[in-house]
Write a protein that binds this ligand. Structure first.
Ligand SMILES: [Zn+2]
Length: 237
């Protein structure tokens, strides 16, 4: 019996150790890419890109589900070339995560005006046709994506939106420049560093024990309901 317990405990610690180790390794790797532009650029060579157009992710319909296709750097360069854009536009991409095998994942918006390139946004229908997908409003597709893609695309959309709305320094009015990973922006004039902000929110599930109070807005897709949620104001407690 004691031998059995010994094996069980050892097994338990083995399984406890592995996810923690993977988490630490991934976090360290992502931190390195956020701090080192050269390492981040190198990671793009073997990385995967999720594409957006005006903050709507490129999705492919598969039955009742949506899939979020990934594209390699080479495929992306080919796509940009086909639409007369230079590959410098890839510098607008933001790091959104990595796999357990340290394949870095990036997101790039082809519809927003580029800050690192003189080229205008790409035309949505042409890109959709070329990539056999459609740029879909994330909010409407969220529950038809798997958990990993839903989380990743939400992160990507928030980060892309933050970069799009923080292109100028609020102190000097001068342009800010993102680092390669997109984890910060720096003012070209007074070197103020801006980091992406988080907006605290509260979500509440009201229940009488067996039933939940849910609500829906008119634009929600059929069958979609939500618990009650709201933003926290400054100083609210
Ligand atoms: Zn400034």
């Amino acid at each position: 019996m004691s031998l059995y317990c010994g094996i069980a405990c050892r097994r338990k610690s083995f399984w406890c150790y592995r996810p923690l180790s993977t988490y630490v390794t991934k976090t360290r790797y992502l931190f390195e890419l956020k701090e080192d532009d050269d390492a981040c650029k190198k990671a793009q060579q073997t990385g995967a890109f999720y594409l957006f157009h005006n903050l709507a992710p490129l999705l492919q319909k598969s039955g009742h589900q949506y899939l979020a296709p990934q594209h390699s750097l080479l495929e992306l360069e080919r796509l940009l070339g086909k639409f007369g854009q230079d590959s410098q536009r890839i510098e607008d991409s933001v790091l959104i995560g990595c796999s357990e095998q340290q394949e870095a994942w990036f997101a790039l918006d082809l519809g927003l005006n580029s800050s690192s390139s003189i080229n205008a946004s790409l035309q949505k229908p042409e890109v959709e046709k070329e990539l056999t997908g459609s740029f879909t409003e994330l909010r409407k597709a969220l529950y038809q994506l798997n958990v990993k893609d839903a989380s990743l695309l939400s992160t990507a959309q928030a980060l892309l939106r933050w970069h799009d709305t923080h292109q100028f320094c609020s102190r000097s009015g001068q342009p800010t420049k993102k680092n390669m990973a997109g984890s910060k922006r720096v003012c070209s004039s007074n070197k103020i560093i801006y980091y992406p902000q988080m907006a605290p929110v509260v979500i509440t599930l009201v229940s009488d024990g067996t039933r939940c109070l849910l609500a829906r807005q008119s634009f929600f897709p059929k069958g979609m309901y939500s618990a009650l949620a709201g933003f926290c104001d400054i100083g609210l407690s």
